[in-house]
Design a protein around this ligand. Structure first.
Ligand SMILES: [Zn+2]
Length: 301
């Protein structure tokens, strides 16, 4: 079963709306990284935000996000593409704080201010577009909203939420993003702001198990949304052994020989997905042979 994200327009194209169910994606991140509940919520909200930002991309474009706070989580790093693939990790997955004064998972406490939010958009060849803003709340939805307003000059409303069961499994996860298109009516901005306030906390909506279609109606009013597209969203990391072999080759012959002599092999772990790849002595010797071959080819040129 995969999650889904619905892209829609509302009010004659003046507002863009994305709604996202990310329960399976966040559950997979939780299992891969063995996160404890506050870390699950923080990583999950970042993954949801990344999927929402990536929904604005086309083709092979990608977005990467770093939340660098001063709390116990350390850094949260995520990335995603226009096809709904997201992945990510947090420096310290074993973070479980007391609930905050509202009885909710204390994401702001785990992220910690001061800090910054860095977003890089890889639009193909050339340097990525990079935007950086200070963290304004640490709850993340507010921080991504602030980023959209300041760095991308797009007035937006973003909601992100992850609910965790007593057994640490993910009960619900998701988010939404409303964006005013250029030239949108000022009155519409006021109307939507009032509506979003009225809706209350997004986590309560998520808890009430509404479908994405029902959420759309709640956000912009029944019948006001025109659905454009629906995309599947899932946790996906494109890493494989060949990529890591390339990495090992790049550290050089002497280092690899040391791995063979001292460790009799090597094991590498992908930060993003937690997958482990082992290289036997024979495989490492093969990498050394490949380096020698490359050198011979280079000297013959
Ligand atoms: Zn990976």
């Amino acid at each position: 079963m995969t999650d889904r994200l619905i892209k829609a327009l509302a009010f004659d194209g003046q507002v863009r709306v994305f709604v996202l169910d990310a329960k399976q994606t966040v559950q997979e991140a939780k299992e891969r990284h063995q996160t404890w509940h506050t870390a699950t919520a923080a990583l999950g909200r970042s993954l949801a935000a990344t999927a929402l930002l990536a929904a604005n991309l086309k083709g092979q474009e990608r977005v990467s996000v770093e939340v660098i706070g001063s709390g116990p989580l350390g850094r949260i790093v995520t990335d995603g593409d226009s096809q709904g693939n997201v992945r990510g990790f947090v420096n310290n997955p074993k973070v479980a704080l007391e609930l905050n004064s509202q009885g909710k998972l204390d994401v702001a406490g785990a992220v910690g201010l001061p800090g910054s939010l860095v977003v890089r958009k890889h639009m193909g060849s050339g340097e990525p577009f990079a935007g950086q803003v200070p963290l304004v709340s640490g709850e993340l939805a507010e921080d991504f909203t602030y980023y959209m307003a300041v760095s991308e000059q797009t007035p937006s409303a973003i909601g992100l939420s992850v609910l965790v069961n007593a057994d640490e499994s993910v009960a619900a996860a998701g988010g939404f993003m409303l964006q005013m298109m250029p030239g949108a009516d000022d009155l519409l901005v006021d109307l939507l702001e009032a509506r979003i306030k009225e809706l209350g906390r997004f986590s309560d909506l998520l808890e009430s198990q509404k479908t994405l279609e029902e959420l759309l109606d709640l956000l912009v009013g029944p019948g006001n949304a025109q659905v454009l597209e629906e995309i599947p969203v899932s946790f996906h990391c494109p890493c494989d052994k060949e990529r890591f072999a390339k990495g090992i080759r790049s550290i050089g012959k002497e280092e690899i020989q040391a791995m063979i002599d001292e460790d009799h092999g090597a094991e590498v772990v992908c930060h993003f997905c937690g997958d482990r790849f082992t290289f036997s002595e024979d495989e490492l010797s093969q990498l050394v042979a490949e380096i020698d071959q490359q050198r011979t080819e280079a000297s013959e040129e």
